[in-house]
Design a protein around this ligand. Sequence first.
Ligand SMILES: Nc1ncnc2c1ncn2[C@@H]1O[C@H](COP(=O)(O)OP(=O)(O)O)[C@@H](O)[C@H]1O
Ligand SMILES: [Mg+2]
Length: 317
Amino acid sequence: MADKKKPKKSAVKKTKKKSAVKSKIKTKAKTTEKAISGYAAGSVDSVISVEDVNRQAKAIAEDIPIERLEKLADGEAFISIENLTAGYGKMEILHNLNLRVGRKQSLCLIGPNGAGKSTILHAIFGFNTIFSGKIFIGEGANRRDITNLSPSEKLSQSGIAYILQDKSVFPGMTVEENLWMGGFLKDKPAEAKKVAEEVFDKYPRLAARRKHLAKVLSGGERRLLEISRALVMNPEVLLVDEPSIGLEPRFIDMVFEILHDLQHKEGKTIIMVEQNAKKSLEFADLGYVLVSGEVAIAGTGDELLANPKVGQLFLGG
Ligand SMILES: Nc1ncnc2c1ncn2[C@@H]1O[C@H](COP(=O)(O)OP(=O)(O)O)[C@@H](O)[C@H]1O
Ligand SMILES: [Mg+2]
């Protein structure tokens, strides 16, 4: 586990932070930092070392005005993270981070392992220590500060669902029991069963397996179950961590199709973390490159795909 030091903030940055208009995302490279282990486990087709990726990624960092993030979010954001500094215990992982996603948009977070991508999802869902900054959901009069809500409040009151990275289904339960579990926060258990039926109607592939134990499912079916289970609470926002991890290519396509439908047919807002940068940027409206807990580059998915710096580091080209 990387032992990250709290970065020294310059006086200039502090001044900037106070002005909403002039506020910028910090992108300055920080001083010596320990190498982050585990990058090799990712699926990026590259032979450069973790240290190299981090060094090069920091070198491509751009200054990103808040107005740019707001514009990308199509004006008024549905989810906003404002100057968030967060981490685990006393360890600071995200530094003064800003994020904006419009309603029914999809945002993909890419970047080297250990950059803090999953930590952003954790912070939104309420798994983190938040040192400063705020998280909001909703538009206009419905905009709510959700910074300090617990995960179960996020799920039951704020319409945010977090889809776990892997191995989160209960192997000894049937598919339908797993789905019902997705509704454990509902006031009436019968309600969960009703929504589960709607999910089965939508995914016949899952319906065909409803009486089977989850442990006999294929990798793709299990991922479908993980996503479906989150849908039982009728969330507006889906936080999806590495949906393609460990799947065969045909299932990867299936997962992206499902997420595409959830966004475009059901109007879900999606924030996703993906190692498969190419597929995820093709899928998502927006992409942020995260490096050492800061947003280094932000753009539309297409802009990032066409960005040679992103290409060289994350698209294997
Ligand atoms: N539960 C945890 N407790 C302490 N540190 C953690 C925890 N989870 C992640 N970290 C640390 O936070 C940093 C960012 O991790 P993470 O957000 O998982 O990165 P990414 O998803 O970009 O690969 C890493 O240095 C990692 O070691
Ligand atoms: Mg992660």
